[in-house]
Design a protein around this ligand. Sequence first.
Ligand SMILES: [Zn+2]
Ligand SMILES: [Zn+2]
Length: 296
Amino acid sequence: MDQNNLTALNLSKPRLISVPTPRVLSLGPCELWGVSLAGCRTSLCIPELKIGFDAGFPFPFQLNTETFFITHGHLDHAAAIPFIISQKTLNNQKKARFYMPESLVEPLTEILQLWQKIEGHNYHFDFIPFPEKQSIGINQQFSVKSFKAHHRIPALGYTLFQTKKHLRKEFEGQTKEELVALKTKGIPIDTIDETPLMTFSGDTRIEFLWEAPWICQSKYLFIETTYIDDRKTIEQARTWGHIHLDEVITALPQIHSEKIILMHISSRYSDQEARSIIERRIPQDDRDRIVFFEGR
Ligand SMILES: [Zn+2]
Ligand SMILES: [Zn+2]
């Protein structure tokens, strides 16, 4: 390859990309750990619930994760899957379940079959096709629901729901025995609230916001914001199946989230640069709820 081609690919000026630094973000009842850097790695997990969203980089804390939700097959979101499966097999851990877009199941299974030959192990894993708008229970309190994301290849986004039971108003003040008696008669004494606690967009164009009514109501909304200034236009972002900060700013009045976390920001922006661009560009009234996700 001659010098001109190198220049065209922008490899003549290598970018110094930092080693990944996972960050911890409180989601209220649980914590989210991980990193997200466009084109390099996205790996998020909630250790308390043993669930993960994407596996683009292997972290030791992911090895306790039992259920992964994979958004799509680009390597910055899926490269760690074979490593995690191999490590779990070596450590005799319970096999992990990976929910993913249907189109990913067959090719990824073939890759894993080849890799177990290379390693001389028998891997244990479940790859499960996950249709859009499907829900899966994590425990009595939490569930995850999928929705369509708009990327260049088939992709999903995921929402973590929290379920809370409340005693119906008409039964407040009743004794424990009276409530047990009502329950025995088959009378429902509780109402059930399902709150969208956290939504993870994966890689997508801005349209994902309107895929389901709960997305813009999520308490914590993680939006991929790959480009954040005029070094890339909205059109260029859309061509690559991504979101530009200009589009997020336009959509802010329709988003009711307590916190909007901007992640998957391109490595062309340093942490400091990204933080200052976001602070400068977000309208005053929204500054308190916008978070730059520093795990990169
Ligand atoms: Zn990506
Ligand atoms: Zn992608």
